[in-house]
Design a protein around this ligand. Sequence first.
Ligand SMILES: [Zn+2]
Ligand SMILES: [Zn+2]
Length: 367
Amino acid sequence: MSLYESLGLNKNASQDEIRKAYYKLSKTNHPDRGGDPEKFKEINHAHEILSDPERRQMYDMTGSDKESNMNNMGGMPFGMGGMPFGMGGMHFNMNGFGNMFNNNGPQQKQKNPRGPDKTHDINATLSDFYNGREITINVQQQRACSVCSATGSLKTDVCNGCKGQGMKISIQQMGPMIQQTMSPCSDCNGSGKRIIQNCPSCGGKKYKNNDKILKTNIKPGHSNGHKIKFKEECSDSPDYEKPGDVILNLVCKKNTNFEWKGNDLHMNYTISISDALLGFNMIVQDHPNGKNINLSWEGGSLQHDGILIATGLGMPILDTTRFGDLHIHIKIINNKITWTSEQRIALQSIFPDWKNIDSDGIPLKFN
Ligand SMILES: [Zn+2]
Ligand SMILES: [Zn+2]
């Protein structure tokens, strides 16, 4: 006897007709009123299947109303075990198939443990790196709504479309084959839930915009390219367990006077031969310490491309009271010099390894 026959109906019966027939028969066949318990069970069973459009469709296609595996399959709308699929000997791996439902619950999207980091370049001057500076940046972040725990709803019920599975099975008949495909339920986007009441805090959006001010300091001695990390200050996302970090990358603006290497500063300085030999005063301008510094060289054996060092006038060394050095790279240019023969003899005396001129050579002329 078909399920339709159990209710005294034919295959084309409407849902309304099914409901009415069931109502009538369940009354008259109720065991409490002397009805046959077996018949009563049959009527209930027929109604259960036929009143559910999906199960009815399955029954119409396959002729099977087997439910033996139903509970094992987490409420799937048909019994896989008894499905005469007519699939030419194809076998389903029942366990594998069942596992696709993730222990019969709605499928959870695989989340990455951490979202990507976001790096902001912070431009700073050499004196910022020398003296330190406060940095304040505004970040616009999305935060999971704490009222609804990013569900967007305060009250939910099981999704009608998928009966809470999050997945729907659609059945297509292709000639003798019945093909079934599983896809996320479109009614609930795979969550298996139906929203009854939107969260009033986020208006159902699950996330809220949050303008956050991040504050930190460039410390004296931080290097060019130093990175300051703000843990998990990127936006929350359904794709990540935890948001990524906001990273500030300290970038030193180019300084025209000084080159910064390690803890030391480097600069070029051009002098004459007389400065090199006899000494000079120089003023270092725009030093990152904010002062003009007066330095002196007492004269001596200073050569072109030689380096004079001003100890402690470099950059601060992080977490110490010490400083690097200032390296002054010397370029020597000629003075216009004339001298008397007495001066020339005196000059010869300061270069003891100088050799006298051989008068046989052809004289050169300076252009
Ligand atoms: Zn659903
Ligand atoms: Zn909310």
